[in-house]
Design a protein around this ligand. Structure first.
Ligand code: HC1
Ligand code: SF4
Length: 565
């Protein structure tokens, strides 16, 4: 620890912190736009300027985000000149946005630059909505470069990249080489939208589509909520991070006007039945392609299709729980309520921007209807709740509807990195050996590390499994795999750091929120009455009444898909 003085008061703080973090620890908030604890300090916005007194009558100004605390440091966050400089910084950012708009409108920008070419194409609106997952409004951009850093270093995609030396130059930061996002390698992970501090990058907005249907009331309105969104929705209502709110979420959706509220966790259990069966089939067939990779993360699927098409035969054919939800609602459930599939409007609430794209894949049309009509992020649904003045505290908890509303602990684990793998192992082992799988928790596969490995005793053989999260870690593993430096049987891939709890549609946060979210997922699963997907009696009823068995012809038709390069 070191001793520092902040605004004349003495404190002891850990020595490895920068001034923003140190002030956070002692409860002094420093305003910053470009700083984020999960990124390297960029010092591009200059809003977090503070005064540091080095000797009597001698002080200097510095960006708090890029300055580490030192023993004896005297820091002032609220002097007249600090406040003045902070205001100046914000004004300059405003001017930057404004001058960009004016420059573009007057067409005085350089048309030969990448930025110029892009502006040429989107000058009327400044909005690039081309990929249906994220939306970019360049008139709000302040060149803070958070998006570029996330896309480059955390996701390893470099769709948005910036030459470090040109930070602040108007043409440079948002670089897509003059292309719309849909024409780039963008995998729709949405990480840039979580880190953008001004809303210049956001989720593609589908709230209008849903409102239109809610008002029209012409179709049966059915909604399903993803495993991880019940973990994070409370953050949108200023509750303690890690507060699980499934019951309140269901109640709020009913208030909004949805007739049926189902649990996507049920469909996570269904995914495990289908994917686990596929794994066993591949393991028992000497000609089958191994290793097998999971298929539920749409940004990972985009990555394979765009960058590693040779891996397509390795991907499980099981649709994601989102798509299984739509397929079953518009078949099995449609029959139950005696409604034509085309008269059902299926909405999902997801932690993910990639899901908006996934549901538009042409393979997701079954019997002439899309599985899912629209997917909203947590941020979008929270906005809709706030618009109708929902009072989160006074909401009375409500249950999911029957029969697609019960899930096992395994289904809930999908929310976090490693969860799909744990769930699959629990079920595949018992289906394979007929014995009870005593080992429920795989400690080696838990936690936020980007790459985790384990060897699992699997009847007669050992199964080598790998779990990877974040784009950069996926690239690394694929390169090792292609060079023959690593071998395994089954691999879970999630493109977002931490898995879905860190998804591109999750609430924005200025702290490193992932440890609290992941702990909540583990606590929640521990408390559930049954923890294996194949012990979910509602899943078994669905097979008995309708699908017959995993990978039956009907299951293949409704619940499996294919990929194209
Ligand atoms: Fe996920 Fe999934 S877990 S992809 O990570 O397979 O988005 O939460 O809903 O579909 O169930 C996301 C989360 C989610 C799907 C499931
Ligand atoms: Fe990069 Fe992901 Fe944003 Fe696309 S969505 S620009 S890949 S961070």
């Amino acid at each position: 620890n070191v001793t520092i003085w902040v605004n004349g008061k003495q404190y002891s703080v850990p020595s490895n912190l920068n001034i923003v973090e140190a002030c956070r620890v002692i409860g002094v908030e420093i305003y910053s736009l470009c700083y984020h604890p999960r990124l390297h300090p960029l010092s591009t916005c200059k809003c977090c300027v503070v005064e540091i007194e080095s000797s009597l009558n001698n002080s200097r100004k510095a960006c708090a985000c890029a300055t580490q605390v030192r023993e004896g440091m005297k820091i002032f966050t609220n002097t007249v000149s600090v406040k003045d400089q902070q205001r100046q910084a914000i004004l300059e950012l405003r001017m930057k946005q404004r001058s960009r708009v004016l420059r573009a409108k007057e067409e005085k920008f350089d048309h030969s630059t990448e930025f110029g070419k892009l502006l040429d194409r989107i000058v009327d609106t400044f909005i690039d909505n081309s990929n249906y997952a994220i939306s970019v409004d360049l008139s709000k951009c302040i060149d803070c470069a958070r998006c570029a850093q996330v896309c480059d270093r955390i996701q390893g995609m470099s769709v948005i990249s910036f030459p470090a030396r040109s930070i602040g130059a108007i043409e440079t930061v948002f670089r897509t080489r003059g292309k719309f996002l849909s024409e780039t390698q963008c995998i729709a992970c949405g990480q840039c939208s979580v880190f953008c501090p001004t809303g210049a990058i956001s989720a593609y907005d589908n709230t209008g589509d849903v409102l239109t249907q809610l008002k029209a009331k012409k179709k049966k309105l059915v909604v399903g909520i993803a495993p991880s969104v019940r973990v994070t929705i409370s953050e949108e209502f200023d509750r303690e991070p890690g507060t699980i709110s499934a019951g309140k979420f269901v109640a709020a959706l009913r208030l909004l006007g949805f007739e049926y509220v189902f649990d996507v966790q049920f469909f996570a259990d269904l995914t495990i039945m289908e994917e686990g069966t596929e794994l066993l089939q591949r393991l028992s067939d000497p000609n089958a392609v191994l290793p097998m990779f999971t298929s539920c993360c749409p940004a990972w699927i985009n990555m394979v299709e765009k960058l590693y098409p040779e891996l397509i035969p390795h991907i499980s054919s099981a649709k994601s729980p989102q798509q299984m939800f739509g397929a079953i609602v518009k078949s099995f459930f449609a029959q139950k309520i005696e409604t034509e599939p085309k008269d059902i409007y299926c909405v999902t609430i997801m932690p993910c921007t990639g899901k908006k794209q996934e549901l538009r894949r042409e393979q997701m049309i079954v019997n002439g209807v899309w599985d899912v009509d629209v997917s909203l992020t947590v941020r979008e649904i929270a906005r809709m709740f706030r618009d109708i003045n929902i009072d989160w505290d006074s909401l009375e908890e409500s249950d999911f509807d029957d029969p697609l509303g019960k899930s096992s602990g395994s289904g809930s684990l999908f929310a976090a990195t490693g969860g799909v793998m744990e769930a699959a192992l629990r079920t595949a082992y018992e289906l394979q050996t007929g014995k009870v799988f005593q080992r429920l928790v795989f400690q080696d596969l838990r936690g936020l590390e980007n790459t985790k490995k384990a060897d699992v005793d699997f009847g007669e053989r050992k199964l080598r499994v790998v779990v990877v999260n974040s784009g950069a870690a996926i690239h690394k593993l694929i390169h090792q795999f292609k060079k023959g430096e690593i071998s395994f049987d089954f691999c879970e891939m999630m493109a977002c750091p931490g898995g879905c709890i860190g998804g591109g549609g999750q609430p924005r946060s200025n702290i490193n929120i992932l440890p609290k979210r992941i702990q909540a997922v583990y606590n929640n699963e521990f408390a559930l009455p049954f923890r294996k997907s194949h012990n979910n009696e509602k899943i078994n009823e669905l097979y008995e009444e309708f699908l017959q068995k995993p990978k039956s012809p009907l299951s293949e038709k409704l619940l499996h898909t294919h990929y194209t390069a």
